[in-house]
Ligand binder design. Structure first.
Ligand code: NAD
Length: 283
């Protein structure tokens, strides 16, 4: 595995990742993955990157139209789609069961589904706060717990079989958006939950890590960065001087899922164009 990773093409330093994928083909051969929120944005990029690295991928999304977009992504790779809501334990159980029946195992879970609700702190409603926590935090708990139960079960049958769980945190696990209290609380929770799960599952050889994206070009970003001034502010606080591409997150999911990351667990890997490093500048 490690050998394959070292054969991978190097990351282009000038621009966004190439759509063909950075990691060697076949790095995730024989692996089976589920990606929640896999119908759009970062989740869809994870679906494509994992499939391009050789995994069989089941994309899960609550949005029918997003599901159809995955189906329309015409490729000969092993990608299928299921509608599902990460808030429903019964639905996630069904999806895991179906995946294992159809593909034999579950090796990789990417708990990516998430939403944003914004309001000034004094005006934020219980509903907005609860909706964000239900999907972005409780949904991650349900999704990862169901995946872990399957992984532990299959490892008892096939010792040596690995498991990698990846959650989608954010730079906002540590950087406060004044108008997104629920979102910030949920993302801090995701990084913390990720460490708990890493410790709880280490005895089973299952690794759990979070990805912490900065500003990535998706629908969610468009809903938060609404005008030119906000866009300028965001870029002025991004040392690399550009918004990230969803593919650049997909490549991290491939790395974390692969044997190249075999000693990494409990981490949040930030991909933020240098944003967090700015917190340490003395200028
Ligand atoms: P997106 O809106 O483009 O995609 C999210 C997908 O999740 C959508 O297809 C949506 O239908 C699906 N979804 C929503 N609720 C769901 C539910 N209950 N069950 C199943 N699927 C559901 O958003 P994105 O920007 O790709 O965000 C993906 C993740 O990355 C989120 O967790 C988000 O918080 C995180 N993130 C995004 C950014 C960014 O800049 N875009 C930065 C940091 C973190």
């Amino acid at each position: 595995g490690l050998h394959t990773a070292m054969d991978a093409r190097p990351l282009s330093s000038s621009s966004a990742a190439a759509s063909t994928g950075i990691w060697a083909e076949g790095l995730l051969r024989n692996k089976v993955a589920i990606v929640t929120g896999g119908g759009a944005g970062i989740g869809l990029a994870c679906v494509k990157a994992l499939a391009q690295a050789g995994a069989t991928v089941v994309a899960v999304d609550i949005d029918e139209q997003a599901c159809r977009a995955v189906e329309a992504w015409n490729s000969d790779l092993a990608v299928s789609v299921m509608t599902g809501d990460v808030r429903s334990r019964a639905q996630i159980q069904d999806i895991v069961k179906h995946t294992v029946e159809r593909h034999g195992a579950l090796d990789i879970m990417v708990a990516n589904a998430g939403i944003v609700r914004t309001a000034d702190f004094l005006d934020m409603s219980d509903k907005d706060f609860d909706d964000v926590l239900d999907i972005n935090l409780k949904g991650v708990f349900i999704t990862c717990q169901e995946a872990a139960r399957q992984m532990v079960k299959q490892k008892e049958q096939t010792p040596g079989r690995g498991g990698s769980i990846i959650t989608m945190s954010s730079v906002n696990a540590v950087l406060a958006i004044p108008t997104a209290a629920g979102y910030n609380a949920a993302k801090g929770g995701v990084s913390s939950l990720t460490r708990c799960m890493a410790l709880g599952l280490a005895p089973h050889g299952i690794r759990v890590n979070a990805i912490g994206p900065g500003s990535i070009q998706t629908q969610v970003l468009q809903s938060v960065v609404t005008d030119e001034a906000a866009r300028h502010r965001m870029l002025s606080r991004t040392p690399l001087g550009r918004i990230g591409d969803p593919e650049e997150i997909g490549q991290i999911a491939v790395f974390l899922a692969s044997p190249a990351a075999s000693y990494i667990t409990g981490q949040t890997i930030y991909a933020d164009g240098g944003r967090l490093a700015l917190n340490y500048t003395c200028e």
